[in-house]
Each structure stands twice: as structure tokens, then as C-alpha cells.
Ligand binder design. Structure first.
Ligand SMILES: C[S@@+](CC[C@H](N)C(=O)[O-])C[C@H]1O[C@@H](n2cnc3c(N)ncnc32)[C@H](O)[C@@H]1O
Length: 217
């Protein structure tokens, strides 16, 4: 049974839960959520690590800090520390057990540099986990999806090699994609993402590739 996370409306919650379950993330862990955005993952991680743990919610956008702080306050998660910093400059007050990112590397200039910084922010033997899409492997009524606004829309397909090139040990890698047809969470998610309602058309959302890597101990 996968870890229960407070992300019930997020169709990508299963890959996250699977990864955390596989890592054995638990009470007391120190984690960084890089490119944290509004902090959904940070707050979910805070639930798992408990009051003895710490989550650094890092984002280059200063506005994200307020959003994360509000989300953490609403969930009464004082162990979330919101930090304004670019992933390329990642430098935290302490080494973490897990440096995590989701839907981040697709937007940065140099995914390899951010992964290397995540590795350096992690204690020897600690984990780096990235979850990134292969956008063009998604389908709406059989037609490949695109995301012109992203710098690296298919970076998920490169993740295993990227972590290896960042000097990390590849522990595991896999891909998962939510799918559906007609009204439901998958079409609602697609509509919120693209502004296009797929109606009754079948949808396969972009597969999310997860890599679990370890900083050599
Ligand atoms: C699509 S959101 C993903 C939010 C969250 N990780 C999630 O899965 O829901 C991407 C986030 O990455 C942030 N970001 C973009 N480039 C960044 C960089 N170079 N360093 C840190 N954060 C960055 C953006 O400000 C945005 O909040």
C-alpha cells in the first residue's frame, strides 16, 4: 500500500507516493523540494516527515515563498522553511536526506547543473529524486501533446542519463501516466493545464519519469 499523501486532487500524486514509499521517507527526514511552486509537495512531505523533520521549499520566484508559507500555515506544518533561491545556486543551511524536484527541470536552462547542485545539497548516501514529464508521449484523442512554453518538455526521457552525468548513482527509474476518457480528474487536470476541455476524447497525460538516485557515500 502506498504512502497516503494529502494530494487527493492531484492526478500525479501516485508517482509521488510510489517514490516516497520506495525510499522509505519517514519521521525526522530532512528534505528539499526544489521548484516548490505553491508548495503542495512540500506540505505533503512535511506530513510524512513529521514535526521532527524539515522541508526546505525552494523556488526562484519570490512570490512562491508567500504561497508556500500560506499553504504550510493552513496545514499547520511549521517544519516547512520557504527559501527563495534558484536551483542552479542551491545552497541550504544543512545537508538533506532527500533533494526532490517535480516539473522543474523542464523549465530550467540547464537541467544537469540543477541536478548536480541537488546532489551537493544531499548528505553522502542521501537521495536525489526527480519527476519530470515526457510531454510528447501524452495523447489527446490519440494526438501527441506539446508544451511550447517549456524549455525541455521531454526532459523526463533523459533523466536516467542526466543523474548519472551529475555524478549520482542511479537506483531506480520508471514512468507513470494517468489516463481517462470523459469528465473526471484527468480531463479536469488537462483543462486546468491547457485551457482546453477534451470533452469525451480519451486522454493520456504526459508520463512522469521518476528517477531515484543516490549521492555516493
Ligand atoms: C510547474 S511549477 C512546479 C511546482 C511543483 N514542483 C509541483 O510539482 O507542483 C515549476 C516551479 O519551478 C520554479 N522554477 C523555475 N525555474 C527555477 C529555477 N531555476 N530554480 C528554482 N525554481 C525554479 C517556478 O517558479 C515554479 O514555481
Amino acid at each position: 500500500m502506498v504512502t497516503e499523501l494529502g494530494l487527493r486532487n492531484d492526478v500525479y500524486r501516485r508517482p509521488l507516493a510510489t517514490a516516497l514509499e520506495r525510499l522509505g521517507v519517514g519521521p525526522g527526514w530532512r528534505c528539499a523540494d526544489v521548484g516548490a511552486g505553491a508548495g503542495d509537495v512540500s506540505v505533503a512531505l512535511a506530513e510524512v516527515v513529521g514535526p521532527a523533520g524539515r522541508i526546505f521549499a525552494v523556488d526562484s520566484d519570490p512570490l512562491a515563498r508567500d504561497e508556500v508559507a500560506a499553504a504550510a500555515a493552513a496545514a499547520a506544518r511549521a517544519q516547512v522553511v520557504a527559501v527563495t533561491q534558484a536551483g542552479e545556486d542551491l545552497l541550504l543551511p544543512e545537508l538533506v536526506d532527500l533533494a526532490f524536484c517535480r516539473f522543474l527541470l523542464m523549465h530550467v536552462h540547464e537541467p544537469a547543473i540543477v541536478l548536480a547542485r541537488m546532489g551537493r545539497a544531499t548528505r553522502p548516501g542521501g537521495f536525489v529524486v526527480a519527476q519530470e514529464p515526457v510531454t510528447t508521449a501524452g495523447r489527446i484523442d490519440g494526438t501527441p501533446m506539446s508544451m511550447p512554453g517549456a524549455r525541455h518538455p521531454d526532459v523526463g526521457a533523459l533523466l536516467p542519463a542526466l543523474v548519472r552525468d551529475a555524478g549520482l548513482e542511479l537506483v531506480d527509474a520508471w514512468a507513470e501516466a494517468p489516463a481517462g476518457a470523459g469528465p473526471g480528474p484527468v480531463s479536469a487536470y488537462l483543462a486546468s493545464l491547457t485551457g482546453v476541455d477534451p470533452g469525451d476524447d480519451p486522454v493520456v497525460l504526459p508520463p512522469l519519469v521518476t528517477v531515484i538516485a543516490r549521492r555516493p557515500g
